[in-house]
Write a new protein. Sequence first.
Length: 540
Amino acid sequence: MNTLITKIFWKRTYLFIEYQSDIPVDLTLVYEEKGKQKGKNNQSIHILESKCMEENHYRAKINIAIAEGRELLKAGKWLIVLNGDSNQLPIISDSILLHIEDLSRVFRYSQNTNAYVVTFAITENEPIVLSLFANYMMTNYHPQKNTLMDVLHRPHNKVRFFVILFAKKILNLYYQICTHITPKSGKRILFMSQNMDHIRDNMEAIDVRLKERNLDQKYKIQYDFVNVFDRKKRLFYWPKILFKIAKSDYIFIDDYVPIFSFLKLNKKTVVTQLWHAGFGFKLVGYGRFGITGSPHPYESCHRKYTYGVIGNDNLKEIYSEVWGIEKDSLLATGMPRLDHFLDKDHIEAVRKEFYQQYPQLKSKKIITFAPTYRGSNQKDAYYDYSRIDFDKLYQFCKENRYAVAFGKHHFILQDIPIKEEYKDLIYDFSNYKLNDLFYVTDILITDYSSCFYDFLLLQKPVLFYVFDKNIYSATRGVHRPIDVVAPGKVCMTFDELIDALEKKNYGEKEKVDFLIDKCISNTKIASDQVIDFVLLGKRE
Protein backbone atom coordinates (compact mmCIF):
# COMPACT_ATOMS: atom_id res chain seq x y z
CA MET A 1 0.00 0.00 0.00
CA ASN A 2 1.43 3.37 -1.07
CA THR A 3 -0.06 6.53 0.39
CA LEU A 4 1.45 9.88 -0.57
CA ILE A 5 0.55 13.11 1.24
CA THR A 6 0.63 15.83 -1.43
CA LYS A 7 -0.76 18.95 0.25
CA ILE A 8 -1.48 20.44 3.69
CA PHE A 9 -3.40 23.69 4.13
CA TRP A 10 -5.64 25.60 6.54
CA LYS A 11 -9.04 27.26 6.31
CA ARG A 12 -9.71 29.02 9.60
CA THR A 13 -9.75 26.21 12.22
CA TYR A 14 -10.01 23.45 9.63
CA LEU A 15 -6.84 21.54 8.80
CA PHE A 16 -6.91 19.82 5.38
CA ILE A 17 -4.56 17.06 4.24
CA GLU A 18 -4.73 15.81 0.66
CA TYR A 19 -3.26 12.45 -0.24
CA GLN A 20 -3.12 9.77 -2.91
CA SER A 21 -3.59 6.10 -2.16
CA ASP A 22 -3.92 2.86 -4.13
CA ILE A 23 -6.76 1.75 -1.87
CA PRO A 24 -9.11 3.59 0.52
CA VAL A 25 -7.21 4.37 3.71
CA ASP A 26 -7.80 6.60 6.73
CA LEU A 27 -5.32 9.22 7.90
CA THR A 28 -5.06 9.15 11.67
CA LEU A 29 -3.60 11.30 14.44
CA VAL A 30 -2.00 9.17 17.15
CA TYR A 31 -0.88 10.84 20.37
CA GLU A 32 2.68 9.96 21.35
CA GLU A 33 2.95 9.73 25.10
CA LYS A 34 6.16 11.17 26.53
CA GLY A 35 8.66 8.40 27.24
CA LYS A 36 6.44 5.65 25.84
CA GLN A 37 6.68 3.66 22.64
CA LYS A 38 4.47 4.93 19.91
CA GLY A 39 1.48 2.82 19.04
CA LYS A 40 1.07 1.43 22.57
CA ASN A 41 -0.38 2.29 25.98
CA ASN A 42 -3.90 3.11 24.74
CA GLN A 43 -2.92 6.45 23.23
CA SER A 44 -5.50 8.95 21.99
CA ILE A 45 -6.43 8.35 18.36
CA HIS A 46 -8.30 10.65 15.99
CA ILE A 47 -9.41 9.43 12.56
CA LEU A 48 -9.56 12.37 10.17
CA GLU A 49 -12.75 12.79 8.15
CA SER A 50 -11.85 11.74 4.60
CA LYS A 51 -13.52 12.34 1.25
CA CYS A 52 -12.62 10.89 -2.15
CA MET A 53 -12.06 13.80 -4.56
CA GLU A 54 -11.36 11.65 -7.62
CA GLU A 55 -9.89 8.22 -8.29
CA ASN A 56 -7.15 7.50 -5.74
CA HIS A 57 -7.19 11.13 -4.54
CA TYR A 58 -8.50 11.94 -1.07
CA ARG A 59 -8.90 14.95 1.21
CA ALA A 60 -8.95 14.54 4.99
CA LYS A 61 -9.89 17.27 7.43
CA ILE A 62 -10.18 18.00 11.11
CA ASN A 63 -11.51 21.03 12.97
CA ILE A 64 -8.86 21.50 15.63
CA ALA A 65 -11.21 23.71 17.68
CA ILE A 66 -13.47 20.73 18.36
CA ALA A 67 -10.99 17.91 17.88
CA GLU A 68 -11.71 16.31 21.26
CA GLY A 69 -15.42 16.72 21.73
CA ARG A 70 -15.73 20.46 22.27
CA GLU A 71 -12.07 20.95 23.09
CA LEU A 72 -8.84 21.57 21.23
CA LEU A 73 -6.27 18.85 20.69
CA LYS A 74 -4.37 18.21 23.90
CA ALA A 75 -0.86 19.57 24.04
CA GLY A 76 1.89 17.29 22.78
CA LYS A 77 3.06 15.37 19.75
CA TRP A 78 0.61 13.74 17.36
CA LEU A 79 1.88 11.31 14.71
CA ILE A 80 0.18 11.31 11.30
CA VAL A 81 -0.18 7.63 10.38
CA LEU A 82 -2.48 5.27 8.49
CA ASN A 83 -5.46 3.45 9.99
CA GLY A 84 -4.40 4.22 13.57
CA ASP A 85 -1.26 2.08 13.20
CA SER A 86 1.98 3.88 14.12
CA ASN A 87 3.92 1.41 11.98
CA GLN A 88 2.02 2.38 8.82
CA LEU A 89 3.44 5.66 7.60
CA PRO A 90 2.45 7.77 4.61
CA ILE A 91 5.06 9.05 2.16
CA ILE A 92 5.59 12.81 2.31
CA SER A 93 5.88 14.74 -0.97
CA ASP A 94 8.88 16.97 -1.64
CA SER A 95 6.64 20.06 -1.85
CA ILE A 96 5.69 19.54 1.80
CA LEU A 97 9.20 18.66 2.94
CA LEU A 98 10.64 21.86 1.49
CA HIS A 99 7.95 24.15 2.92
CA ILE A 100 7.07 22.48 6.19
CA GLU A 101 7.96 25.58 8.20
CA ASP A 102 5.17 27.47 6.38
CA LEU A 103 2.44 25.16 7.70
CA SER A 104 2.39 26.42 11.28
CA ARG A 105 -0.64 28.23 12.65
CA VAL A 106 -1.05 30.49 15.69
CA PHE A 107 -4.50 30.99 17.23
CA ARG A 108 -4.40 33.90 19.68
CA TYR A 109 -7.01 34.38 22.37
CA SER A 110 -7.69 36.04 25.74
CA GLN A 111 -6.75 39.52 24.49
CA ASN A 112 -3.59 38.17 22.87
CA THR A 113 -2.11 36.97 26.16
CA ASN A 114 -2.52 33.29 25.23
CA ALA A 115 -2.14 31.29 22.05
CA TYR A 116 -2.79 27.82 20.72
CA VAL A 117 0.03 26.91 18.36
CA VAL A 118 -0.02 24.09 15.81
CA THR A 119 3.23 23.20 14.04
CA PHE A 120 4.50 20.36 11.88
CA ALA A 121 7.82 18.51 11.88
CA ILE A 122 9.39 15.43 10.38
CA THR A 123 12.02 13.06 11.73
CA GLU A 124 15.59 13.61 10.53
CA ASN A 125 16.17 9.91 9.98
CA GLU A 126 14.30 7.27 8.04
CA PRO A 127 11.58 6.18 8.22
CA ILE A 128 10.16 9.67 7.84
CA VAL A 129 7.39 10.41 10.32
CA LEU A 130 5.23 13.49 9.92
CA SER A 131 4.16 14.90 13.28
CA LEU A 132 1.77 17.60 14.42
CA PHE A 133 2.65 19.48 17.59
CA ALA A 134 -0.08 21.18 19.62
CA ASN A 135 1.08 23.69 22.25
CA TYR A 136 -0.50 26.24 24.55
CA MET A 137 1.53 29.43 25.04
CA MET A 138 1.29 32.29 27.53
CA THR A 139 2.75 35.80 27.34
CA ASN A 140 6.03 36.16 29.20
CA TYR A 141 6.92 39.77 29.95
CA HIS A 142 10.39 38.83 31.23
CA PRO A 143 11.67 36.19 28.77
CA GLN A 144 15.30 36.93 29.57
CA LYS A 145 14.87 35.68 33.13
CA ASN A 146 14.53 32.14 34.42
CA THR A 147 12.12 32.13 37.32
CA LEU A 148 10.31 29.65 39.52
CA MET A 149 7.32 30.04 37.17
CA ASP A 150 9.43 28.60 34.36
CA VAL A 151 9.97 25.50 36.46
CA LEU A 152 6.30 25.16 37.37
CA HIS A 153 5.23 25.39 33.75
CA ARG A 154 7.61 22.67 32.61
CA PRO A 155 5.56 19.47 32.12
CA HIS A 156 8.57 17.19 32.61
CA ASN A 157 11.92 17.14 34.43
CA LYS A 158 10.96 19.88 36.90
CA VAL A 159 13.55 18.73 39.44
CA ARG A 160 16.33 18.52 36.86
CA PHE A 161 15.47 21.96 35.51
CA PHE A 162 15.46 23.46 39.00
CA VAL A 163 18.85 21.88 39.81
CA ILE A 164 20.37 23.24 36.58
CA LEU A 165 18.90 26.68 37.24
CA PHE A 166 20.39 26.69 40.75
CA ALA A 167 23.79 25.49 39.46
CA LYS A 168 23.90 28.29 36.87
CA LYS A 169 23.27 30.90 39.54
CA ILE A 170 26.03 29.47 41.74
CA LEU A 171 28.50 29.41 38.84
CA ASN A 172 27.61 32.99 37.93
CA LEU A 173 28.16 34.08 41.53
CA TYR A 174 31.55 32.34 41.60
CA TYR A 175 32.48 34.04 38.30
CA GLN A 176 31.55 37.47 39.67
CA ILE A 177 33.72 36.88 42.74
CA CYS A 178 36.65 35.80 40.52
CA THR A 179 36.19 38.90 38.38
CA HIS A 180 36.45 41.19 41.42
CA ILE A 181 39.60 39.55 42.75
CA THR A 182 41.32 39.55 39.32
CA PRO A 183 40.87 43.04 37.82
CA LYS A 184 41.38 43.45 34.08
CA SER A 185 44.94 44.21 32.99
CA GLY A 186 44.38 44.37 29.22
CA LYS A 187 47.20 41.85 28.76
CA ARG A 188 45.60 38.42 29.18
CA ILE A 189 44.53 36.20 26.27
CA LEU A 190 42.65 32.91 26.51
CA PHE A 191 42.25 30.42 23.67
CA MET A 192 39.50 28.00 24.64
CA SER A 193 37.06 25.40 23.34
CA GLN A 194 34.48 23.14 24.91
CA ASN A 195 34.17 21.02 21.75
CA MET A 196 37.73 19.81 21.20
CA ASP A 197 40.77 18.87 23.24
CA HIS A 198 43.47 20.72 21.27
CA ILE A 199 44.08 23.98 19.45
CA ARG A 200 43.57 24.00 15.68
CA ASP A 201 42.39 25.90 12.60
CA ASN A 202 41.91 29.67 13.00
CA MET A 203 42.90 29.71 16.67
CA GLU A 204 46.13 27.89 15.93
CA ALA A 205 46.95 30.28 13.08
CA ILE A 206 46.48 33.33 15.31
CA ASP A 207 48.40 31.74 18.18
CA VAL A 208 51.34 30.99 15.86
CA ARG A 209 51.27 34.51 14.44
CA LEU A 210 51.22 36.09 17.92
CA LYS A 211 54.45 34.27 18.71
CA GLU A 212 56.03 35.11 15.35
CA ARG A 213 55.41 38.78 16.18
CA ASN A 214 56.76 38.30 19.72
CA LEU A 215 53.45 39.44 21.14
CA ASP A 216 53.57 36.55 23.58
CA GLN A 217 56.13 38.74 25.39
CA LYS A 218 53.53 41.51 25.73
CA TYR A 219 50.50 39.34 26.49
CA LYS A 220 50.07 36.41 28.84
CA ILE A 221 48.50 33.60 26.77
CA GLN A 222 46.55 30.72 28.30
CA TYR A 223 44.81 27.72 26.76
CA ASP A 224 41.89 25.54 27.77
CA PHE A 225 40.56 22.77 25.52
CA VAL A 226 37.98 20.25 26.71
CA ASN A 227 35.21 18.33 24.96
CA VAL A 228 32.35 18.69 27.45
CA PHE A 229 30.12 16.44 25.32
CA ASP A 230 32.11 13.26 25.97
CA ARG A 231 30.26 12.82 29.32
CA LYS A 232 33.42 12.47 31.39
CA LYS A 233 33.06 13.68 34.95
CA ARG A 234 35.19 16.76 35.59
CA LEU A 235 34.56 17.88 39.14
CA PHE A 236 37.19 20.63 39.16
CA TYR A 237 36.87 21.74 35.55
CA TRP A 238 34.12 24.35 35.97
CA PRO A 239 35.75 26.38 38.78
CA LYS A 240 39.05 26.27 36.90
CA ILE A 241 37.68 27.51 33.57
CA LEU A 242 35.54 30.16 35.25
CA PHE A 243 38.63 31.58 36.94
CA LYS A 244 40.48 31.67 33.59
CA ILE A 245 37.54 33.40 31.90
CA ALA A 246 37.22 35.90 34.77
CA LYS A 247 40.79 37.11 34.54
CA SER A 248 41.02 37.14 30.72
CA ASP A 249 40.73 40.34 28.74
CA TYR A 250 40.56 38.68 25.31
CA ILE A 251 38.97 35.29 24.65
CA PHE A 252 39.23 33.49 21.31
CA ILE A 253 36.89 30.57 20.63
CA ASP A 254 36.05 28.32 17.68
CA ASP A 255 32.62 26.66 17.90
CA TYR A 256 29.84 26.79 20.46
CA VAL A 257 30.91 27.29 24.08
CA PRO A 258 28.09 26.11 26.39
CA ILE A 259 29.34 27.94 29.49
CA PHE A 260 28.85 31.31 27.78
CA SER A 261 25.15 30.56 27.27
CA PHE A 262 24.33 31.41 30.88
CA LEU A 263 27.41 33.33 32.07
CA LYS A 264 26.98 37.08 32.55
CA LEU A 265 30.33 38.16 31.17
CA ASN A 266 32.16 41.24 32.36
CA LYS A 267 31.53 44.09 29.89
CA LYS A 268 35.28 44.61 29.46
CA THR A 269 35.81 41.04 28.20
CA VAL A 270 36.30 40.84 24.43
CA VAL A 271 35.09 37.52 22.94
CA THR A 272 36.02 36.74 19.34
CA GLN A 273 34.44 33.82 17.50
CA LEU A 274 36.89 32.22 15.05
CA TRP A 275 34.43 29.76 13.54
CA HIS A 276 36.39 27.38 11.31
CA ALA A 277 33.86 27.08 8.46
CA GLY A 278 34.15 29.59 5.64
CA PHE A 279 30.75 28.67 4.21
CA GLY A 280 28.49 25.67 4.65
CA PHE A 281 24.99 24.93 3.48
CA LYS A 282 23.56 23.52 6.70
CA LEU A 283 21.72 25.84 9.06
CA VAL A 284 23.35 26.49 12.41
CA GLY A 285 22.78 28.91 15.27
CA TYR A 286 19.90 31.35 14.91
CA GLY A 287 19.44 30.21 11.33
CA ARG A 288 17.51 27.39 13.04
CA PHE A 289 15.49 29.71 15.28
CA GLY A 290 12.03 28.27 15.84
CA ILE A 291 12.82 24.75 14.60
CA THR A 292 14.43 21.68 16.15
CA GLY A 293 17.85 22.55 17.54
CA SER A 294 17.00 26.23 17.84
CA PRO A 295 19.14 28.24 20.26
CA HIS A 296 17.48 30.07 23.16
CA PRO A 297 16.90 33.76 22.33
CA TYR A 298 18.45 34.87 25.65
CA GLU A 299 20.55 31.93 26.79
CA SER A 300 22.98 31.41 23.93
CA CYS A 301 26.72 31.59 23.54
CA HIS A 302 26.33 33.42 20.22
CA ARG A 303 24.90 36.59 21.75
CA LYS A 304 28.09 37.04 23.79
CA TYR A 305 30.46 37.57 20.85
CA THR A 306 32.14 40.95 20.60
CA TYR A 307 33.41 40.03 17.15
CA GLY A 308 33.05 37.20 14.67
CA VAL A 309 35.65 36.48 11.98
CA ILE A 310 34.34 35.53 8.52
CA GLY A 311 35.75 34.79 5.08
CA ASN A 312 34.51 37.74 3.02
CA ASP A 313 32.02 40.62 2.95
CA ASN A 314 29.43 38.57 1.05
CA LEU A 315 28.99 36.31 4.08
CA LYS A 316 28.06 39.05 6.56
CA GLU A 317 24.31 38.60 6.11
CA ILE A 318 24.56 34.84 6.66
CA TYR A 319 26.70 35.01 9.80
CA SER A 320 24.75 37.92 11.23
CA GLU A 321 21.74 35.58 11.08
CA VAL A 322 23.67 32.56 12.39
CA TRP A 323 25.09 34.31 15.46
CA GLY A 324 22.31 36.82 16.02
CA ILE A 325 24.73 39.76 16.09
CA GLU A 326 25.07 42.95 14.06
CA LYS A 327 26.91 42.98 10.72
CA ASP A 328 29.24 45.66 12.12
CA SER A 329 30.53 43.09 14.62
CA LEU A 330 31.74 40.81 11.81
CA LEU A 331 35.36 41.06 10.68
CA ALA A 332 35.62 40.04 7.02
CA THR A 333 39.35 39.33 7.11
CA GLY A 334 39.30 35.91 5.51
CA MET A 335 40.05 32.69 7.37
CA PRO A 336 43.36 32.90 9.33
CA ARG A 337 43.86 29.16 8.80
CA LEU A 338 44.09 29.88 5.04
CA ASP A 339 46.86 32.48 5.37
CA HIS A 340 49.42 30.15 3.78
CA PHE A 341 47.07 27.77 2.00
CA LEU A 342 48.24 28.90 -1.46
CA ASP A 343 51.94 29.08 -0.59
CA LYS A 344 53.69 27.23 -3.42
CA ASP A 345 56.62 26.03 -1.32
CA HIS A 346 54.25 24.65 1.32
CA ILE A 347 52.13 22.90 -1.32
CA GLU A 348 55.18 21.31 -2.92
CA ALA A 349 56.52 20.12 0.45
CA VAL A 350 53.18 18.50 1.35
CA ARG A 351 52.89 16.82 -2.05
CA LYS A 352 56.43 15.48 -1.82
CA GLU A 353 55.84 14.02 1.63
CA PHE A 354 52.50 12.51 0.56
CA TYR A 355 53.94 10.65 -2.46
CA GLN A 356 56.90 9.45 -0.42
CA GLN A 357 54.39 7.86 1.95
CA TYR A 358 52.03 6.65 -0.82
CA PRO A 359 54.18 6.12 -3.95
CA GLN A 360 51.51 3.85 -5.47
CA LEU A 361 49.23 6.89 -5.87
CA LYS A 362 51.67 9.01 -7.87
CA SER A 363 50.37 7.62 -11.16
CA LYS A 364 46.71 8.05 -10.16
CA LYS A 365 44.30 10.95 -10.20
CA ILE A 366 42.82 11.35 -6.73
CA ILE A 367 39.21 11.92 -5.75
CA THR A 368 38.69 13.08 -2.18
CA PHE A 369 35.29 12.04 -0.82
CA ALA A 370 34.55 14.17 2.27
CA PRO A 371 30.90 14.32 3.41
CA THR A 372 29.62 15.86 6.62
CA TYR A 373 27.74 13.94 9.31
CA ARG A 374 24.03 13.20 9.62
CA GLY A 375 22.21 13.33 12.94
CA SER A 376 21.35 16.23 15.20
CA ASN A 377 24.62 16.57 17.12
CA GLN A 378 27.96 15.07 18.11
CA LYS A 379 26.36 12.33 20.21
CA ASP A 380 24.34 10.72 17.40
CA ALA A 381 26.44 11.66 14.37
CA TYR A 382 26.66 9.13 11.53
CA TYR A 383 26.89 8.80 7.75
CA ASP A 384 24.86 6.35 5.67
CA TYR A 385 27.61 4.52 3.77
CA SER A 386 25.00 2.24 2.18
CA ARG A 387 24.34 5.19 -0.16
CA ILE A 388 27.79 4.64 -1.69
CA ASP A 389 28.08 1.86 -4.26
CA PHE A 390 31.64 0.79 -3.53
CA ASP A 391 31.52 -1.78 -6.35
CA LYS A 392 30.78 0.86 -8.98
CA LEU A 393 33.22 3.30 -7.43
CA TYR A 394 36.04 0.76 -7.51
CA GLN A 395 35.24 -0.21 -11.09
CA PHE A 396 35.34 3.43 -12.17
CA CYS A 397 38.72 3.90 -10.48
CA LYS A 398 40.14 0.75 -12.04
CA GLU A 399 39.04 1.68 -15.56
CA ASN A 400 40.09 5.35 -15.37
CA ARG A 401 43.29 5.28 -13.27
CA TYR A 402 41.74 7.02 -10.27
CA ALA A 403 41.99 6.43 -6.54
CA VAL A 404 39.55 7.60 -3.86
CA ALA A 405 40.62 9.10 -0.54
CA PHE A 406 37.79 9.02 2.00
CA GLY A 407 37.71 11.56 4.80
CA LYS A 408 35.02 11.74 7.45
CA HIS A 409 33.77 14.36 9.87
CA HIS A 410 35.42 14.03 13.27
CA PHE A 411 31.98 13.52 14.88
CA ILE A 412 31.53 10.24 12.96
CA LEU A 413 32.88 7.26 14.87
CA GLN A 414 31.77 4.44 12.56
CA ASP A 415 34.34 2.84 10.25
CA ILE A 416 34.21 3.36 6.50
CA PRO A 417 33.17 -0.08 5.10
CA ILE A 418 35.88 -0.55 2.46
CA LYS A 419 36.26 -4.15 1.31
CA GLU A 420 39.75 -5.59 1.64
CA GLU A 421 39.98 -6.27 -2.11
CA TYR A 422 39.23 -2.59 -2.85
CA LYS A 423 41.90 -1.09 -0.61
CA ASP A 424 44.42 -0.76 -3.46
CA LEU A 425 42.27 2.03 -4.95
CA ILE A 426 39.95 3.16 -2.14
CA TYR A 427 41.60 4.51 1.01
CA ASP A 428 40.50 5.71 4.42
CA PHE A 429 42.32 9.02 4.99
CA SER A 430 40.18 10.12 7.94
CA ASN A 431 43.28 10.69 10.09
CA TYR A 432 45.03 12.74 7.40
CA LYS A 433 44.75 16.52 7.52
CA LEU A 434 42.06 17.34 4.95
CA ASN A 435 43.60 20.57 3.66
CA ASP A 436 46.92 18.77 3.06
CA LEU A 437 45.01 16.07 1.19
CA PHE A 438 43.53 18.78 -1.04
CA TYR A 439 46.97 19.51 -2.50
CA VAL A 440 47.05 16.09 -4.18
CA THR A 441 43.32 16.01 -4.96
CA ASP A 442 42.01 16.37 -8.52
CA ILE A 443 38.27 16.24 -7.74
CA LEU A 444 36.41 16.82 -4.47
CA ILE A 445 33.12 15.08 -3.69
CA THR A 446 31.22 16.45 -0.72
CA ASP A 447 27.67 17.38 0.30
CA TYR A 448 26.67 20.06 2.85
CA SER A 449 30.15 20.31 4.34
CA SER A 450 32.05 23.60 4.33
CA CYS A 451 35.26 21.88 3.16
CA PHE A 452 34.62 22.86 -0.47
CA TYR A 453 35.13 26.51 0.56
CA ASP A 454 38.87 25.87 0.99
CA PHE A 455 39.12 23.65 -2.07
CA LEU A 456 37.75 26.37 -4.38
CA LEU A 457 40.97 28.34 -3.87
CA LEU A 458 42.80 25.59 -5.79
CA GLN A 459 40.47 26.10 -8.80
CA LYS A 460 39.65 22.43 -9.13
CA PRO A 461 36.20 20.81 -9.68
CA VAL A 462 33.73 19.94 -6.92
CA LEU A 463 30.81 17.50 -7.12
CA PHE A 464 28.01 17.50 -4.55
CA TYR A 465 26.49 14.12 -3.70
CA VAL A 466 23.27 14.88 -1.80
CA PHE A 467 21.11 11.74 -1.85
CA ASP A 468 18.99 13.18 0.98
CA LYS A 469 18.74 16.75 -0.32
CA ASN A 470 15.03 17.27 0.32
CA ILE A 471 14.96 15.51 3.70
CA TYR A 472 18.08 17.34 4.84
CA SER A 473 16.71 20.71 3.71
CA ALA A 474 13.43 20.06 5.53
CA THR A 475 14.93 18.82 8.80
CA ARG A 476 18.41 20.29 9.23
CA GLY A 477 17.73 23.28 6.98
CA VAL A 478 20.04 25.11 4.58
CA HIS A 479 20.97 28.79 4.27
CA ARG A 480 20.38 28.80 0.55
CA PRO A 481 19.20 26.01 -1.79
CA ILE A 482 22.18 23.86 -2.70
CA ASP A 483 21.09 23.79 -6.36
CA VAL A 484 21.29 27.60 -6.46
CA VAL A 485 24.59 28.15 -4.65
CA ALA A 486 26.69 24.99 -5.14
CA PRO A 487 29.70 25.74 -7.39
CA GLY A 488 29.54 22.35 -9.04
CA LYS A 489 27.17 19.66 -10.26
CA VAL A 490 24.60 18.44 -7.72
CA CYS A 491 23.92 14.68 -7.83
CA MET A 492 21.07 13.00 -5.97
CA THR A 493 21.84 9.41 -6.94
CA PHE A 494 25.11 7.50 -7.01
CA ASP A 495 24.56 6.66 -10.68
CA GLU A 496 24.37 10.41 -11.41
CA LEU A 497 27.63 10.86 -9.52
CA ILE A 498 29.45 8.12 -11.46
CA ASP A 499 28.04 9.50 -14.72
CA ALA A 500 29.36 12.98 -13.87
CA LEU A 501 32.81 11.53 -13.15
CA GLU A 502 32.88 9.49 -16.35
CA LYS A 503 31.75 12.41 -18.54
CA LYS A 504 33.79 14.99 -16.59
CA ASN A 505 30.56 16.94 -16.14
CA TYR A 506 31.43 19.07 -13.13
CA GLY A 507 28.71 21.70 -13.50
CA GLU A 508 28.73 25.48 -13.23
CA LYS A 509 31.63 27.58 -12.00
CA GLU A 510 30.27 31.13 -12.29
CA LYS A 511 28.86 30.89 -8.73
CA VAL A 512 32.36 30.72 -7.27
CA ASP A 513 33.17 34.43 -6.80
CA PHE A 514 30.58 34.89 -4.06
CA LEU A 515 32.30 32.22 -1.95
CA ILE A 516 36.01 32.90 -2.50
CA ASP A 517 37.92 33.63 0.70
CA LYS A 518 39.39 37.10 1.05
CA CYS A 519 42.87 35.64 1.52
CA ILE A 520 43.27 35.61 -2.25
CA SER A 521 43.06 39.42 -2.44
CA ASN A 522 44.36 40.56 0.96
CA THR A 523 47.59 42.53 1.12
CA LYS A 524 47.87 41.57 4.81
CA ILE A 525 47.24 38.06 6.10
CA ALA A 526 44.03 37.44 8.05
CA SER A 527 45.84 36.55 11.28
CA ASP A 528 47.54 39.95 11.34
CA GLN A 529 44.27 41.73 10.59
CA VAL A 530 42.52 40.00 13.49
CA ILE A 531 45.40 40.65 15.89
CA ASP A 532 45.69 44.30 14.85
CA PHE A 533 41.95 44.95 15.13
CA VAL A 534 41.05 42.98 18.25
CA LEU A 535 44.21 43.28 20.37
CA LEU A 536 45.98 46.41 19.13
CA GLY A 537 42.92 48.49 18.30
CA LYS A 538 44.02 49.36 14.77
CA ARG A 539 40.97 50.39 12.76
CA GLU A 540 42.13 50.55 9.14
